[in-house]
Ligand binder design. Structure first.
Ligand code: CA2
Length: 147
């Protein structure tokens, strides 16, 4: 039997996590976030596949791959593409599993252009403002809903 799988996608500039603007995004690096997810997931028997990209098309290709590689759920922080990308929304609409959208900061407390999310039109759940803990909350929700 194939292992349960989650794809975690991080959008543009999130490779800088933990190196700049800690007052907004905290001190954890992207590797810290991904390793913590893998650690928690493995205990529950899930496999986690993480990708960060600064390129919209690469994120779309990863969503397409998730349609056929056994991924049951996608955790995605589309970063600035949240507010601009109909193409990422369209790709997610072609994915049949669960989609959880995560934002480290509370986008609703920030500039008005961050208040609208194309991805939220598809997401089954949206987490914002919990810092990097939001990724863990997303993972827990996916694991719990599958058991
Ligand atoms: O709060 C979030 O997670 C965001 O998705 C982060 C995006 C922003 O455009 C969204 O509105 C909200 C920005 C990601 C930039 O990440 C950085 C991390 C550290 C240093 C600089 C940028």
């Amino acid at each position: 039997m194939s292992q349960s799988k989650i794809t975690v996608l991080h959008g543009p500039n999130l490779n800088l996590l933990g190196t700049r603007q800690p007052e907004i995004y905290g001190y954890e690096t992207l590797d810290d976030v991904n390793n913590a997810l893998r650690e928690k997931a493995v205990i529950a028997g899930w496999d986690v596949n993480c990708l960060q990209s600064n390129h919209e098309g690469e994120l779309i290709d990863a969503i397409h791959a998730a349609r056929t590689d056994g991924t049951q759920a996608i955790i995605i922080n589309p970063a600035a593409y949240t507010h601009t990308s109909v193409a990422i929304l369209d790709a997610l609409n072609a994915f049949e599993g669960k989609v959880i959208e995560v934002h480290i900061s509370n986008v609703h407390k920030r500039e008005s252009f961050r208040h609208h999310s194309y991805v939220s039109l598809r997401a089954d759940g949206v987490i914002a403002g919990l810092g990097t803990q939001g990724y863990q909350a997303a993972l827990e929700a996916i694991i719990k809903s599958a058991t």
